[in-house]
Design a protein around this ligand. Structure first.
Ligand code: UD1
Length: 415
């Protein structure tokens, strides 16, 4: 198991660049299964999760060529309608291949993704969608299987605007007969980007980015070329990191409109954020006012930035509250932040953070991807060198983090 040793830094000055979005590229890679023609994708982040998705689609029949940050995927034939357990068990978003497989071959067998460190993550809404499109769904031997002679468009109302279910249903519906309408759909920028990619492939989709998406099925999809959108969660992590330190940091390749609630909360906390031609500049004296946040589906405050933001709130001069409404239990970072001297109490789905506190170095564990990010941010302002264990979680979602931090003068070592 690898770990990071991170020393605190006096000031964070300079520039940092955001990579292509993890949550954007993964469904796009799954969508390439919908066509027999090659798709070329640019700005592909070099992440562990991308490697896992490469192995899954290769197993299914894709030829994948990677050169620098571009990737060409060609799936002339589906060799296998089953996704391999070894890879699916590593990453929940491997379930994204279910919709494309079902649409292209009428059969998809994917191991149940199961729970994970951020609580129960059911797939009922994905399956509700497949069934509405005419598929039969069965469980057995740890797999979920969806089968259909043909898919037929339908009206599907999602009880919750699930990102995963919206992606999967949208992809399945591209090759269905007739019109599919997804109501209460997720509105995340990654959904919009997937819709753009599918439209370049020849799909007929309108309404992405609103809560009603309409897909008119077509007979076949073609190859296309696309660049992954910037990772708003990586960008948000850097915004929060800059806010926590004395800093003058320019964050490049960022889409400010994707981060409105985060920017608003940082400004409320007293941080100075300026839009410049090639990015957002954060100027901070590291003094933070307490603020309350509630995580919500997009365009609300993203649950993926809840843990990093909590690290910031430990520094605030007073008491702040964080309410998590998207996931059942996403507070595993709290015990680790408390090991570093934070004063955070859990009250139901809320966390109450009492600040200000001087964080101290400790041995801590990244319990999931974003919890790991929170610990990296905390270690930059802690007294002494912090050791973060289980950093494979962080490698899932932050491309070249060490190099990016070293360029800002941070002493970070992977052991
Ligand atoms: C995606 C993101 C993840 C982010 C999350 C919420 C990817 C690869 N991952 O995850 O980083 O934290 O959106 O913004 O894009 N739910 C059901 N039934 C379902 C599906 C979901 O009840 O069939 C519930 C989940 O348990 C959870 C909520 O809906 O409480 C949100 O889940 P969802 O939006 O589906 O998240 P993911 O797509 O898994």
């Amino acid at each position: 198991m690898q770990k990071y040793i991170i020393e605190p830094i006096e000031e964070l000055n300079g520039e940092i660049e955001v990579d292509g979005a993890k949550n954007g590229i993964l469904p796009i890679m799954a969508a390439t299964l919908l066509s027999t023609e090659p798709c070329i994708i640019h700005k592909v982040p070099s992440l562990k999760d991308v490697g896992v998705m490469v192995e899954i689609i290769r197993h299914i029949g894709a030829n994948v060529d990677r050169a620098k940050s571009s990737m060409t995927v060609n799936v002339p034939k589906i060799k296998n309608s089953e996704a391999p357990y070894d890879y699916v068990s590593q990453m929940r978003s491997s379930f994204d291949v279910m919709g494309p497989l079902l649409a292209r071959t009428g059969l998809a067998r994917v191991p149940l993704p199961g729970g994970c460190a951020i609580g129960e993550r059911p797939i009922d809404l994905h399956l509700k969608g497949f069934k509405a499109l005419g598929a039969s769904v069965e469980f057995g031997h740890g797999f979920v299987q969806a089968k259909a002679d043909k898919l037929v468009g339908a009206n599907i109302y999602l009880d919750f605007p699930s990102v995963g279910a919206t992606k999967n249903i949208m992809m399945a519906a591209t090759l269905a007969e007739g019109v599919t309408v997804i109501e209460n759909a997720a509105k995340e920028p990654e959904i919009v980007d997937l819709a753009i990619f599918l439209s370049k492939m020849g799909a007929k989709i309108s309404g992405s980015g609103t809560d009603t998406i309409r897909i008119t099925g077509v007979k076949e999809l073609k190859g296309c070329e696309h660049a992954t959108l910037p990772d708003r969660i990586e960008a948000g992590t850097f915004l929060i990191m800059a806010a926590m330190n004395k800093s003058n940091l320019l964050i490049k390749n960022i889409v400010p409109s994707h981060l409105k609630p985060v920017i608003a909360k940082l400004i409320e906390a007293g941080v100075n954020i300026k839009e410049e031609e090639d990015g957002l500049r954060v100027i901070s004296d590291g003094k933070i006012k307490p603020v309350d946040i509630t995580t919500l589906p997009y365009p609300g405050f993203p649950t993926d930035l809840q843990a990093p933001f909590m690290a910031l709130l430990c520094l605030a001069d007073g008491s702040s509250t964080v309410l998590e409404t998207v996931f059942e239990s996403r507070f595993s970072h709290i015990s680790e932040l408390n090991r570093m001297g934070a004063k955070i109490k859990i009250e139901g789905h809320s966390a109450v953070i009492t600040g200000p506190c001087q964080l101290q170095s400790a041995d801590v564990k990244a319990t999931d991807l974003r919890a790991g990010a929170a610990l990296v941010l905390a270690s930059l302002v802690a007294q002494g060198a912090t050791t973060i264990h289980d950093i494979y979680h962080i490698d899932r979602g932050y491309n070249g983090l060490e190099t990016k931090l070293r360029n800002l003068g941070v002493h970070i070592t992977r052991v």
